[in-house]
Design a protein around this ligand. Structure first.
Ligand code: URA
Ligand code: URA
Length: 245
C-alpha cells in the first residue's frame, strides 16, 4: 500500500477511535447512525432556516461580512499587538445554532479559524454526536484575538470585543445558542454565577434560547464532564428537532 494511503487510513482509524472513546466516556449507548447522512438530512438544519423568509435577513441589516470588515485592523484592546490573525468566526451565516467559545488559542491565531486545535477536534466530535457538521452551524468566540499564552481574557478585553459578538448574533439571528464554557456564558447572560450551576438549563439571550455547557478545553482536562455535556447537547438536539423538554 502506498505510504500516503497508509497514513490516511491510519488517520481515519484513529479519528474513529477518538469518536467512540468520547461517546463511551459520555455515556452514549447508542451510536448516532447513520454516520454518512443523506444531503437532505444534513442540510435540513440550515435549509429550514433559509426557507423562512423573515429569518434569512440580519435583524439590523448588517451582514457578517460588514462586521468582519469593520474588525479588519481592530486596535480596540492591547491584544492587537500580540495577534497574528483576527479569528472572526466560521460556518453558516444562516445557522439555526451558534456555538460561542472563549478566545483563539495558538492554532486558531495561526489559522484564523476558531476551534481548530485540540479542543476544536473534541468539539468536532461533539458536533458529530449531535449529527451536525461544522458547516451546519456557526462557530465564534467572545474574544477575537488570542490572549498571550492562552491566559484567561481580561475584563477590559471582553468589554472591547463583546459588541462584535452581539452584532454577529444579531446578524445571524439563530434559533439557539450553545455557550461553551464560563466566559461565553457569563458574558452573554451578564452573570457571575459559576458555569457548573448555569449549565444544563435553558436561559435566554435577547429572546434566543441559550444552553450553557462546559468548554471542550475543560473536558480535555476533566473527561468526566463529557457526560454532562452530552446531557446538555441532547437538549439542544431535541430542540433543533422540534421536540420539547
Ligand atoms: N478555545 C476557544 O474558546 N476558542 C477557540 O477558538 C479555540 C479554543
Ligand atoms: N471553567 C471554564 O472556564 N469553563 C468550563 O467549561 C469549566 C470551567
Amino acid at each position: 500500500m502506498p505510504d500516503k494511503l497508509y497514513q490516511e487510513c491510519r488517520a481515519v482509524i484513529s479519528g474513529c477511535r477518538a469518536i467512540f472513546e468520547d461517546l463511551r466516556e459520555s455515556g452514549v449507548e447508542v451510536v448516532p447512525l447513520p454516520v454518512s447522512r443523506k444531503p437532505t438530512e444534513l442540510s435540513s438544519v440550515s435549509e429550514s432556516r433559509a426557507s423562512t423568509s423573515q429569518s434569512a435577513e440580519p435583524a439590523i441589516g448588517e451582514s457578517l461580512a460588514d462586521i468582519q470588515q469593520e474588525l479588519a485592523d481592530c486596535q480596540g484592546c492591547t491584544l492587537c499587538g500580540e495577534r497574528q490573525r483576527i479569528v472572526f468566526g466560521v460556518g453558516n451565516p444562516q445557522a439555526r445554532l451558534v456555538l460561542v467559545g472563549e478566545a483563539p488559542g495558538f492554532q486558531e491565531d495561526k489559522k484564523g479559524e476558531p476551534f481548530v486545535g485540540e479542543a476544536g477536534q473534541l468539539l468536532d466530535r461533539i458536533l458529530f454526536a449531535m449529527k451536525l457538521r461544522r458547516e451546519d452551524v456557526y462557530i465564534c468566540n467572545v474574544i477575537k484575538c488570542r490572549p498571550p499564552g492562552n491566559r484567561n481574557p481580561e475584563k477590559e478585553e471582553i468589554m472591547a470585543c463583546e459588541a462584535y459578538l452581539k452584532r454577529q448574533l444579531r446578524a445571524i439571528s439563530p434559533e439557539m445558542i450553545l455557550c461553551l464554557g464560563r466566559f461565553a456564558t457569563q458574558t452573554l447572560l451578564q452573570s457571575t454565577t459559576a458555569i457548573s450551576r448555569l449549565r444544563g438549563a435553558w436561559h435566554t439571550y435577547e429572546g434566543i434560547p441559550l444552553m450553557p455547557t462546559f468548554h471542550p478545553a475543560y473536558l480535555l482536562r476533566h473527561p468526566a464532564g463529557k457526560q454532562q455535556v452530552w446531557e446538555d447537547v441532547k437538549q439542544v438536539m431535541h430542540r433543533l428537532q422540534g421536540e420539547t423538554g
